[in-house]
Design a binder for this molecule. Sequence first.
Ligand SMILES: NC(=O)c1ccc[n+]([C@@H]2O[C@H](COP(=O)([O-])OP(=O)(O)OC[C@H]3O[C@@H](n4cnc5c(N)ncnc54)[C@H](O)[C@@H]3O)[C@@H](O)[C@H]2O)c1
Ligand SMILES: N[C@H](C(=O)O)[C@H](O)COP(=O)(O)O
Length: 349
Amino acid sequence: MTARTLALTMGDPAGIGPEILVRAFMREPRRLAGCFVVGDLPHLRRATRVVCGAGALPWTVALIDRPAEALEVPPRCLPLLQVGEPASQLLPWGQVHAAGGRMAADAVTWAARAALRGDVAAVVTAPLHKESLAAAGVPHPGHTELLQAEAAAYLERPLAQVPVRMMLASDELRTVLVSIHVSLRQAIDAVTLENVRQTIRITHDALSRALGRPPRLAVAGLNPHAGEGGLFGREELEVIGPAVAASRTEGLDVQGPFAPDTVFMRARGLKEFDAVVAMYHDQGLIPVKYLGLDKGVNVTLGLPLVRTSPDHGTAFDIAGQGLADPASLLEAVRVARQLAQFDGRGPIA
Ligand SMILES: NC(=O)c1ccc[n+]([C@@H]2O[C@H](COP(=O)([O-])OP(=O)(O)OC[C@H]3O[C@@H](n4cnc5c(N)ncnc54)[C@H](O)[C@@H]3O)[C@@H](O)[C@H]2O)c1
Ligand SMILES: N[C@H](C(=O)O)[C@H](O)COP(=O)(O)O
């Protein structure tokens, strides 16, 4: 039977993850039909108290044992699959804590394995805090790397043979990163012929599936003005340009390197390009987040499962105050459903 449920991981219990999940179920119950939270009962109950507040009719958290039970819960019930033992103590809001990192990681691991087995159609991850994750001893900086490791273990392949990339996408702009959670110095070193070509290839493959046609790709330079003919750096001449040329030889519709300060403007509205390949994390994420934290969705490309996430983090500064906006999470659910209809591996449409 084809899996019809979506696993929504709770994220860091000290952050806004639990409350945006509750708010999403309350705001758009139809869109969330068939979704269930993977996480911790005491922390999710606390989030329902924050979101429902005094006076409102509260939602009930309904414990389920199997994903399929999410399709059967009564109205105003939020299905939860408890991972491990329920927490004996509630973590304080907005603080880095190893226990928060551990709960977040365990939920993602559970959901990833369920998706790899085909027990759920897709995974949507609420934000986790990377310092808490590290404090818990998890050897991966974020979701993307953790999911890559789970996929490689499932496929019994070395990590290098399951290359993944981060895409941030909205209706207006898609960007895909050559490197992710590394220092800026390391990111510059990661601009190699192989990494740039691989990013172009992964983006082409994923978007071809989702769009049903070959995507038009742009590649950003690394240096100001894309190096200005070598005056401000030679990576464009020696690495990025040759990577674009090699990809074009393979028949891919890709152009660049373009000046990074204007290429996103050219792609905005998806006019000239379907996606921009960015040379490092902030180069690619700032343009999409600046268009609105409520609009972007993080999609992991290259995985043998569908994974989306909101484009924002744990927002420790407002956690527990009932202020967090679930819009990006709702968008992540919409995109995950859309992608799961393709082949279980393709990204955004
Ligand atoms: N998908 C993820 O797991 C994910 C994504 C991004 C960042 N992070 C992690 O989150 C932690 C905090 O990151 P940060 O502080 O740089 O970014 P952040 O996105 O958590 O917060 C940035 C600003 O945006 C606001 N904000 C974020 N989401 C909001 C929402 N839904 N509604 C209203 N306001 C919102 C916050 O209050 C804050 O002022 C870090 O550990 C980071 O690595 C995780
Ligand atoms: N780089 C992401 C962002 O800034 O939005 C974020 O850290 C999430 O990364 P993972 O999806 O790998 O956790």
